[in-house]
Design a protein around this ligand. Sequence first.
Ligand code: AMP
Ligand code: ZN
Length: 468
Amino acid sequence: MLLYNTLTKKREEFVPITPGKVSIYVCGPTVYDFIHIGNARPMIVFDTLRRYLEHKGYEVNYVSNFTDVDDKIIKKSIEEGISSQEVSERYIKECRQDMEHMNVRPATVHPRATQEIDGMIEMIDTLIEKGYAYEKNGTVYFSTRKDKEYGKLSHKNLDDLRSGGRDLLVSGEDEKEDPLDFVLWKPKKEGEPFWRSPWSDGRPGWHIECSVMSRKYLGDTIDIHAGGEDLVFPHHENEIAQSECCNGVPFARYWLHNAFLNIDNHKMSKSLGNFFTVREIEQHYDLQVLRLFMLSAHYRSPLNFSDKLMESAKSSLERIRNAVDNLNFRIANAKNTSMNEDESAKAGELSGFTKQFDEAMDDDINTADALAVIFDLVRFANSEVKEDSSQAFARAVKDEILMLGEILGMKFERKEEVLDDQIEALIEERQAARKAKNFARADEIRGQLAQMGITLLDTREGVKWKRN
Ligand code: AMP
Ligand code: ZN
């Protein structure tokens, strides 16, 4: 399998450290709000990589963190008059729900930064001891000049960066010895959450979190480290610096970065305000449509979000689901159970689709081409499975479609029709839970309904619902 490695700027044959096993670390979201569909892109893309590696027979250890201590979380906690822990707990729960609805499997481990502080203090301590970090008035900085390899991931010209470096100085960080030095530990400000450390009561910098969590759950050297391309510099560059200077061995062998999800050709982001949350999209679409839309482009190509492309993804999904419906009808109504000779020969062609699919995925996760193979297979199904086809043949074709879909995290079989009565009963139970101030149960029911494809609308006339 070829993977494009940001570190070498080449497509390289993927060879894991331990045969048959793959370790992956994907930088996760900062949990201060609902995730937007830009954040969903790495989740969907790298979940697909994980599924594909498992399909190839690898055992995958997949770690993705939640950053649960951060300025934005603290700001939100002050605005809402609750603790930052309450803010992060809430949005971790919401994020997990979004992941589930996008069919993004939970990671093997989802470490949280606040639960790994001891490891961070230990790593910072080692970096100071080895001469790679220094302390000034309770703040600890990493000394980028001490690391001879600094800049190797982003391939940036450090002199240029340093000469424009005054801009890099953040207020309160003016004691840095070099504009490119970055914070490993910073003292608390009034009212902020803090932990005891040898340098000050304070909290870790963002980059050290991932170095520590990756090492703890996956080891000193891992196979794949991934995230969005905005993380290449400084986040991943800094992670490499910390980990390699501390551990003395390479940090990650393959660095994978997805391109941006854009809107009107600008990066979708919270700060620009040009975003849609996954939850908003779920009001209008089955999130399988969102997943198909994301996979319709190569992960290293920018993808522009538009209603037109979402509508096109919706009709593509519908086309595949209709084919599966037809196959189900044929399976239920076939006169013959087993295949005749002609059918056996035709069924032999199915492995050719798997082969083409694998070739596309082996080509740096080319999900767009992999989807094209599925559409070819749908055409095959529509033309080859007929009224007189046997049950076994129709089933073999259907299994092939579902199997390839599953590798992409796509569910091509329609959900069972949910009855109005069932929905009404759940809504009533939710109203009762709300009345009894059991908001946890009420939220749970809302989530359950969302998963059934039902959206609740709180209107002046009471709660209404609609199918997505
Ligand atoms: P953040 O919470 O901003 O650290 O982002 C979490 C993950 O989402 C990181 O891997 C980011 O690179 C990624 N990300 C954020 N915005 C976008 C976007 N518009 N397109 C693609 N990836 C994004
Ligand atoms: Zn990270």
